[in-house]
Design a protein around this ligand. Sequence first.
Ligand code: HEC
Ligand code: HEC
Length: 217
Amino acid sequence: MKHPMERRRLSARVLALCTLAVMPALARSASEAGESRPARLIVEQVCAACHGNTGQSTQKAYPSLAGQNEDYLFKQLRQFKAGASEPALRKDATMAAVVQSMSETELREVARYFSRQAPARGHAALPHLVGAGMAIYWKGNPSNHLPACVTCHRPNGEGIAPDFPRIAGQQPEYVARQLHAWKSGTRGGPGKLMSLLVPLMTDEEILAVAQYVAQLR
Ligand code: HEC
Ligand code: HEC
């Protein structure tokens, strides 16, 4: 007998895998028709399994997309796509498979679709770290010149469109994973703001600030 949590996680994974399996079929029907599929259809049939119909993530590893800036979402979708001779700037096997068969128009349309939804709500997975995270968010770390997150992501975490994304209410596990990706150099090209500042952070600071960000609204 499996623990209910484990069973739920398993069924979400199965669902996600099934979604990936139907995608080539979806892509075929689109190219045969020679036109873009409506964003709502793509979201319901492909994205919803992981990002939810309302843009509220269904699993802690998947980001919420609701209310995120349209240009930022579009830019990220393109970064999951590898070019003819250049590797993808963001490396994720799942998202690479998702965007592979989508046209630029479809990427733009789904970005717009999610951007118009009401922002997702989240909560800290480790509430006892919210206080420590708050200090980093508002003050950074003066001892090593780590800048405060609030400067670019705003007091309520809504970001500054189009370049600084909304991070309020995001899944804490996803936030921590992205920060680690910048620390280890697997996200974004050189010279990006986040890849300059995240290496100044300790693993403890990353974990704590992710909890603070998650409960912002
Ligand atoms: C099987 C699960 C799954 C499906 C289906 C899926 N995604 Fe994702 N998505 C992910 C994961 C996992 C990540 C985080 C990748 C990473 O760590 O970089 C992600 C990240 C993203 C991001 C980056 C968000 C950010 O805040 O930077 C966007 C945008 C996105 N997905 C859009 C979509 C769209 C649009 C669809 C449907 C066309 C879709 N995804 C389908 C799992 C999925
Ligand atoms: C100087 C401005 C600046 C500061 C300060 C800053 N950020 Fe960012 N942040 C950015 C930019 C720009 C991006 C978008 C990068 C991209 O386009 O891939 C970003 C992206 C992010 C993301 C990814 C969001 C997603 O949906 O994938 C997270 C998480 C994040 N920042 C957290 C933080 C935290 C935590 C701090 C404080 C330690 C911080 N940022 C400080 C500019 C900043």
